[in-house]
Design a protein around this ligand. Structure first.
Ligand code: NAD
Ligand code: IPM
Ligand code: MN
Length: 347
């Protein structure tokens, strides 16, 4: 199983360095059939020779790889983020990875920021639509730089795109014995696009009679995530709202250093990345938390057919928090590399 490795920019490089050591340990010590393919893509490469995401690499990933591990993209030297969009959206859109699966699971009571709540109160998963919405880049600017300028981004929602991610959320609920799926939208304000989401959600729900289907407006959902996150089990939402609510969710997990994610289309090569970005102020300081990447590799292992390895990695992450073998953002005093060393010692 060939795994493409794209560290990317900023702390992406540092957390993926530790992630690669974890993958090597899984390969060498646990004898998993993994082959690592290191790709030099990101801001450094773009600034050197203009390369963002070559078509041949995209094709090779699609044809030869079992998965991709991505760190993060975004560099202050490329303010337009053109390389980041080419690579990130090249993978998400190019491979048609329509489910961005983002667990919002708090692994330790010490990380729970809410008063009178414990870790068990926060355990749900967000299915973020990952191939359309406001992210498609359709639109334009007119009379730019004049007092009359106009800027438009189109929000694209197709029946096919909406239905398949909603169905994936229900399938996940069914497979994982969850009893409830929420769909978060703004159908009160976005009466065309999100009326489609609303209608489609309840139509698909009819195929899952054992599972409660709840509609929630996304603004109210943000409130409920803070007042009582335990009501959520599986949440499905559009691309933009999924991006936003999962950063809020990360705060319930102990911060962005604790949130992993998978970009999948069943039966396709999938892409795995921590939810966080390149955090330029932290870059190069050995302070970034690599545990989100360890959890992300766990998700990759389950996807590749090794769920025991995910259980093992999640347990190691939980114990890293418990024994304070972790970085400062989660109450420890170790650096990025030292956390990686500890994770390896446990593997
Ligand atoms: P960010 O996720 O990089 O950082 C947000 C906050 O979380 C910062 O305070 C940062 O210090 C903290 N943080 C993030 N990851 C951490 C970690 N592993 N350990 C400890 N603290 C961590 O978001 P941002 O600052 O809004 O964006 C920075 C750049 O990253 C931008 O260019 C943005 O576009 C990009 N970005 C890329 C991705 C991706 O590649 N998937 C995701 C999000 C943001
Ligand atoms: C994420 C990021 C990206 C997104 C940015 C970098 C375009 O925030 O992966 O969560 O919005 O999807
Ligand atoms: Mn984001």
């Amino acid at each position: 199983m060939k795994i493409a490795i794209i560290p990317g920019d900023g702390i992406g490089k540092e957390v993926v360095r530790e992630g690669v050591r974890v993958l090597e340990a899984l390969r060498d010590k646990r004898k998993l059939p993994l082959e690592l393919w290191h790709l030099d893509l990101g801001a450094d490469r773009y600034l050197k020779d203009g390369t963002t995401f070559p078509k041949e690499i995209a094709a090779q990933i699609q044809n030869e790889c079992a998965a991709v591990l991505l760190g993060a993209l975004g560099d202050p030297r490329v303010p337009g983020l053109e390389h980041a969009r080419d690579i990130l959206f090249g993978l998400r859109f190019g491979l048609d990875l329509y489910c961005n699966i983002r667990p919002v699971v708090c692994l330790h009571d010490r990380l729970m920021p809410l008063k009178n709540k414990t870790a068990k109160d926060c355990d749900f998963v967000v299915f973020r639509e990952n191939t359309e919405g406001i992210y498609v880049g359709m639109g334009g600017q007119f009379k730019r730089g004049t007092p009359d300028e106009i800027a438009i981004n189109e929000d694209v929602n197709t029946r096919k795109g909406v239905e398949r991610v909603i169905r994936a959320a229900f399938e996940y609920a069914k497979t994982n014995k969850k009893t409830r799926v929420h769909m978060a939208d703004k159908s009160n304000a976005m009466k065309h696009a999100h009326e489609l989401w609303y209608r489609c959600f309840f139509e698909v729900a009819k195929d899952y009679p054992g599972i409660e289907a709840h509609h929630v407006y996304v603004d109210a959902m943000c409130l409920y995530m803070i007042t009582d996150p335990s009501q959520f089990q599986v949440v499905v939402t559009c691309n933009l709202f999924g991006d936003i609510v999962t950063d809020l969710g990360a705060a319930l997990q102990g911060g962005l250093g604790m949130a992993g994610s998978a970009n999948v289309q069943p039966g396709r090569v999938s892409m795995f990345e921590p939810v966080h970005g390149s955090a330029p102020p932290l870059a190069g300081k050995d302070v970034a938390n690599p545990l989100a990447t360890v959890l992300t590799i766990g998700m990759m292992m389950t996807h590749l057919g090794f769920p025991d390895e995910e259980a093992r990695l999640t347990d190691i992450v939980r114990r890293a928090i418990d024994t304070r073998n972790c970085t400062r953002d989660v109450g420890g005093e170790l650096g990025t590399k030292a956390v990686g060393d500890w994770v390896l010692s446990q593997l």
